[in-house]
Design a binder for this molecule. Structure first.
Ligand code: SF4
Ligand code: MSK
Length: 662
């Protein structure tokens, strides 16, 4: 029912392929989030968006007006206390989501080490590196034995009650000192989330700065704890991403194949589906119903995981999940956890498509549930695919947009950035640091997080173009990365088309795009390691707060994005969002928008307008450059032959010719 002419939100509809699809009669029958947003017809509650609605006890709900004596909570809670508690609970929920995801990955890792899954330990170098961080013996030991010990040690960090998390010691020494002095080192991953929920229960912690200490601790348990464990162990099991070409957008669906989209977050399921899709029995069954085989396509962060490691195409981001189904060309959408709209099961009513839930933690009405069993992963995956194959012959009218199938280069783990800019023989961040110091690259801008329906989805594009035009190298994750890929910024050619002179020169020499896809939302931990490597390389200060780098989740939707933003701030990186639910509390908002800087060297910023948002990021980068004494306006020095030779030859296979020509 989304009607292009009638829909007030259509200026926020994502990309040409979506508009193309929505112009088709079959898609006009579908009710999407755009319709529901219009139908709601009311603006957001001011108390809710300002963070001052409290409903944590049954004397309320209480709506608080800051500074009005009669408008404190029934219990006397002030606007600052309520807003801080609400903010804290957002961070706790986001951290809990990353934590539960990570726990499943660690359990899958242990099962793999025991030989109970169809997967194997692929990245032995990373296994050894991680084992060394955990103080595990690696000499003369079988990889599965080391992996088992590592997995068990990692799993213990979730329930740990005392001490500190092991991976904190990967951070720059000065960062660790700041956390120690502030008393915010996380003791155990689950403990911090539980304590956060307790401290924000009615009548417990009622001092906003003290609440924010536990917020800092919880966020570190996410970034340097759960998320980092998840990323690293997933890499060891499924391979650390390396650059590869892939395609994104709705047009990746295939007319002549059984289309199975995987949506959610935990890659154990998706990786098993990838293996099973090549199974001879599955291919034979697909052929029997007249299809050429199985076309797997990703949605949201599961999409990012298999895009990064396998180059499997992405059909859509969070904002496109309903559009993917509106094509009528999908035989099954297989979902696990997080960011799955309940509407997907309604959209497919009357269509041949099945929504298949696979995780006992996440069921929904009108979906089919096929439990994904870790210890029978291959069989579970085949069962799901057989179900999809049976739907192929039932496919009715469908439409797959043909106008856009964006070619992207993905797979930029922090190891890849190291290799790419440092070269095979002297892998290091030295060239990146040098290019920041000499001004070719002004700094690093991380665009992470979600998309949503309130603002136009070209927000990411506009911010990224403004950044790269000003020589800021962009690292992107999550649905933000998909939005930028869809808009063509992850092609090496984009450097020639959009980047400023300095960044263009570096990108063209190495053959990389000016916007690098770094992974899914848990993979933001890769950015923490990249920033740490830059500190360790030298020349850019001795902690993360001195690096000319800034983060942004311009279209945050999920609580996870706030947890991510907070762990960047607690780690010393300034972060800008389009808004935060804190504006109803003066002292609290001032604290997180300014005061946190005194404690951690970084704070939050907010700016809705995309261009002003990008400029706020650039201003933060320039402030760091100024403090480092490297912000002098320099005559542009073209690379001489030696400099080029240093970088050339380091262009990676599949990365293009270095001049955006392929
Ligand atoms: Fe109202 Fe206080 Fe209860 Fe919150 S905790 S709902 S402010 S009485
Ligand atoms: S899926 S958390 S909409 S990035 Fe990770 Fe996308 Fe945000 Fe979900």
């Amino acid at each position: 029912m989304t009607d292009i002419k009638g829909c007030q939100s259509c200026d926020s509809i994502t990309g040409d392929s979506t508009l193309d699809l929505l112009n088709q009669d079959l898609a006009k029958q579908v009710r999407t989030a755009y319709d529901r947003l219009d139908d709601r017809g009311m603006s957001a509650c001011l108390f809710g968006s300002g963070g001052t609605c409290c409903r944590i006890c049954n004397m309320g709900p209480c709506q608080i007006i800051d500074g009005v004596e009669s408008m404190v909570g029934v219990c006397g809670a002030t606007a600052d206390t309520v807003a801080a508690r609400n903010f804290a609970r957002i961070v706790a929920a986001g951290t809990a989501a990353h934590t539960d995801h990570a726990r499943e990955m660690v359990r899958g890792f242990i099962a793999t080490a025991k030989g109970e899954t169809p997967h194997e330990i692929k990245d032995v170098a990373k296994l050894h590196k991680m084992a060394t961080i955990f103080g595990i013996e690696i000499e003369d030991r079988d990889k599965n034995e080391i992996a088992l010990e590592l997995g068990e040690r990692a799993l213990a960090e979730f329930g740990q009650q005392e001490g500190t998390l092991t991976m904190l010691k990967r951070a720059p020494e000065k960062q660790q000192k700041i956390w120690k002095e502030m008393g915010v080192e996380p003791r155990g991953i689950d403990r911090e989330v539980v304590e956060m929920m307790h401290r924000t229960h009615m009548g417990v912690d009622q001092e906003y700065k003290n609440i924010m200490k536990q917020v800092a601790r919880t966020s570190l348990a996410d970034g340097w704890g759960a998320s980092m464990l998840s990323t690293e162990l997933t890499d060891i099991m499924f391979g650390t991403p390396v650059p590869k070409r892939a395609i994104v957008d709705l047009g990746v669906l295939r007319e002549d194949m059984v289309n199975v989209t995987v949506h959610g977050h935990e890659p154990l399921l998706a990786e098993s589906l990838c293996l099973a899709a090549d199974d001879a029995e599955i291919i034979a069954l697909a052929k029997k119903v007249g299809a050429k085989g199985i076309n797997l396509a990703g949605v949201c962060c599961t999409g990012n995981e298999i895009l990064m490691r396998r180059g499997i195409p992405v059909a859509g981001s969070f904002i496109q999940q309903e559009m993917v189904l509106a094509t009528g060309a999908v035989e099954a959408m297989v979902v696990d956890v997080q960011c799955i709209m309940q509407s997907v099961a309604q959209i497919v009513k009357g269509k041949h498509t099945d929504i298949i839930t696979t995780n006992y933690r996440a069921k929904m009405p009108d979906a089919i549930h096929i439990q994904f069993e870790e210890d029978a992963a291959y069989e579970s995956a085949k069962k799901i695919l057989k179900h999809a194959i049976a739907n192929f012959k039932k496919r009715g009218d469908f439409y797959i947009p043909k106008n856009k199938k964006f070619d992207v280069v993905v797979g930029f783990s922090h190891e890849t950035i190291n290799y790419m800019l440092g070269g095979r023989f002297r892998q290091s961040y030295r060239p990146l640091n040098d290019n920041i110091i000499n001004g070719r690259i002004r700094g690093i801008g991380a665009l992470v997080g979600c998309e949503h329906y309130k603002y136009s989805d070209d927000v990411h594009f506009k911010i990224a173009v403004e950044l790269i035009k000003n020589n800021v190298l962009v690292l992107a994750t999550g649905c933000a990365a998909q939005a930028l890929g869809r808009r063509g910024l992850m092609r090496p050619e984009a450097a020639t088309e959009y980047a400023g002179d300095g960044l263009r020169e570096v990108c063209e020499t190495v053959g990389m795009p000016p916007v690098l896809h770094v992974g899914s939302c848990v993979d933001n931990s890769r950015l923490l390691i990249a920033l740490t490597e830059m500190v360790n390389e030298g020349g850019l200060g001795d902690d993360i707060s001195q690096i000319p780098a800034v983060g942004s989740a311009p279209l945050w939707m999920s609580e996870k994005a706030v947890a991510i933003g907070q762990y960047f701030v607690t780690s010393g990186a300034h972060v800008v969002f389009q808004d935060l639910p804190v504006t109803g509390a003066k002292k609290f908002s001032q604290y997180i928008l300014e005061g946190l800087k005194e404690d951690y060297g970084a704070c939050w910023g907010v700016e809705k307008d995309p261009i002003k948002h990008a400029r706020a990021m650039i201003a933060a980068i320039d402030e760091k450059r100024e403090a480092l004494g490297i912000n002098k306006k320099q005559e542009r020095v073209l690379m001489d032959m030696q400099m080029r030779r240093d970088l050339e030859g380091q262009a990676l296979p599949g990365m293009g010719c270095g001049h955006g020509g392929n």
